[in-house]
Design a protein around this ligand. Structure first.
Ligand SMILES: *[C@@H]1O[C@H](CO)[C@@H](O)[C@H](O)[C@H]1NC(C)=O
Ligand SMILES: *[C@@H]1O[C@H](CO)[C@@H](O)[C@H](O)[C@H]1NC(C)=O
Length: 384
């Protein structure tokens, strides 16, 4: 959305001052958002975005990320930071698949003696070619899964061996700013997770965790990490089977879930704004060719998802979903080669790029899309 350089300068200044600790407190956040609102109030586009304009089909950027081949392990997670750089979370020399038993029957990780992964597991990539701009995350993680960069450039990860969710600020990448879950102890109490898969952070700070491979629930926490709610509650019908990835759609107050083994996308009321309660409860989107949905991301009112190996009749591909219309509006895949094992998907906040990560062969794809109204919808909706 920011197409004019002059729009960026004050924002970057505010951002830098905040990062440098010159300006602190909640005021700065207000300045940041109000500046964004100002920019948004003056549409930089000649053409007005129309709700009825056709969704642009994602197109593969050929050879993007080829330099990563051989350098990364299973790329379990991908997100995009506020500088539009894709950030990946990979398992280095470690891998988790059917042949490789890493947990006992009560879901404890059984290879503790191997210690944490001794290479950088988080790589910040250049959007132009996928080369590595920066890396960190050595000696911290045992079995990476999900990664999410929030609106303040904090990095949130889930580690399925640690059974934890960790938050790192962009200033200190050695010590987590917040830890949720009990280290190495799987459980289903209110303070534990069992192989948590994915995190989504609301603009207002609430934390959503997909928990995950064994508990099949979504947990919502306040900004400081106090449990607010567990989805689904007893009276709710929705039952999840491996919620593998989650995404928040602020403009419509929805949390959408890649409900992997149910082969569908489930959306529920995220309850972000009490004054904007949707009357409808949760709903699901399914279609015979959806298969096992591994990753989901969203922008504005649209979601993008990838499936993984399901059966020989179901192609492995990407889907563009209109959750409000409860329908799949487009299918897409790479042109140079087929997907093999997509695991996660992310969208650049400017709505121009889509990234898909795979866990064998281990790689990252870039697709260009043209979905402009990203900032408008997400930042304006902060005020519900
Ligand atoms: C799994 O490992 C944990 C921790 O070592 C142990 O307490 C538990 O009994 C084990 N469960 C099974 C089924 O072996
Ligand atoms: C998204 O959905 C909301 C609620 O239905 C609607 O007000 C808004 O115009 C939609 N925006 C787009 C871009 O479709």
């Amino acid at each position: 959305m920011f197409q004019r350089r002059s729009d960026w300068v004050p924002l970057l200044l505010i951002f830098t001052l905040t990062a440098a600790g010159v300006v602190v407190g909640s005021d700065i956040r207000e300045i940041f958002y109000s500046r964004i609102r100002d920019i948004l109030d003056t549409p930089p586009f000649d053409q007005e975005y129309s709700l009825t304009s056709p969704t642009k089909h994602p197109v593969e950027v050929k050879n993007w990320g080829s330099q990563l081949e051989g350098k990364v392990g299973q790329v379990s997670g991908v997100s995009v930071n506020n500088f539009f750089q894709p950030v990946i979370f990979h398992r280095g020399p470690r891998s988790w698949d059917a042949r490789n038993q890493l947990f006992n029957n009560s879901n404890y990780y059984i290879r503790l003696e191997d210690g944490p992964i001794q290479e950088d597991t988080i790589l910040i990539l250049r959007p132009e070619d996928g080369s590595i701009a920066e890396s960190w995350g050595k000696g911290l993680f045992y079995l990476p899964h999900g990664i999410t960069i929030d609106h303040h450039d904090n990095t949130w990860v889930t580690d399925i061996a640690m059974h934890q969710v960790l938050k790192f600020s962009s200033k200190d990448r050695n010590v987590p700013k917040l830890r949720l879950g009990e280290l190495f102890v799987p459980g289903s109490s209110e303070t534990q997770f069992c192989k948590p898969t994915s995190v989504a952070i609301a603009m207002s700070g609430e934390i959503f965790v997909a928990d995950g491979y064994c508990n099949n629930r979504i947990m919502k926490f306040s900004h400081p990490g106090k449990l607010i709610r567990i989805f689904p509650q007893n009276e709710e019908f929705l039952s999840l089977l491996i919620p593998h990835s989650i995404t928040l759609m602020h403009s419509v107050n929805l949390l959408c879930v890649a409900d992997r083994e149910n082969m569908r996308v489930a959306c529920l009321d995220a309850e972000l704004c009490s004054n904007m309660k949707r009357s409808s409860s949760s709903f699901t989107i399914h279609q015979p060719d959806l298969g096992r949905v591994f990753g989901i991301a969203s922008i504005g009112n649209l979601s993008y998802a990838v499936n993984g190996p399901t059966s020989s009749h179901i192609p492995i591909q990407g889907f563009t979903i209109d959750p409000l219309g409860e329908r799949i509006v487009d299918h897409w895949k790479p042109l140079s080669k087929d997907f093999s094992n997509p695991h996660d998907i992310a969208i650049s906040p400017d709505g121009k790029a889509l990234y898909v990560s795979e866990i064998g062969p281990n790689k990252v794809w870039k697709f260009t899309i043209d979905h402009q109204p990203a900032y408008e919808i997400s930042y304006r909706s902060k005020h519900c």
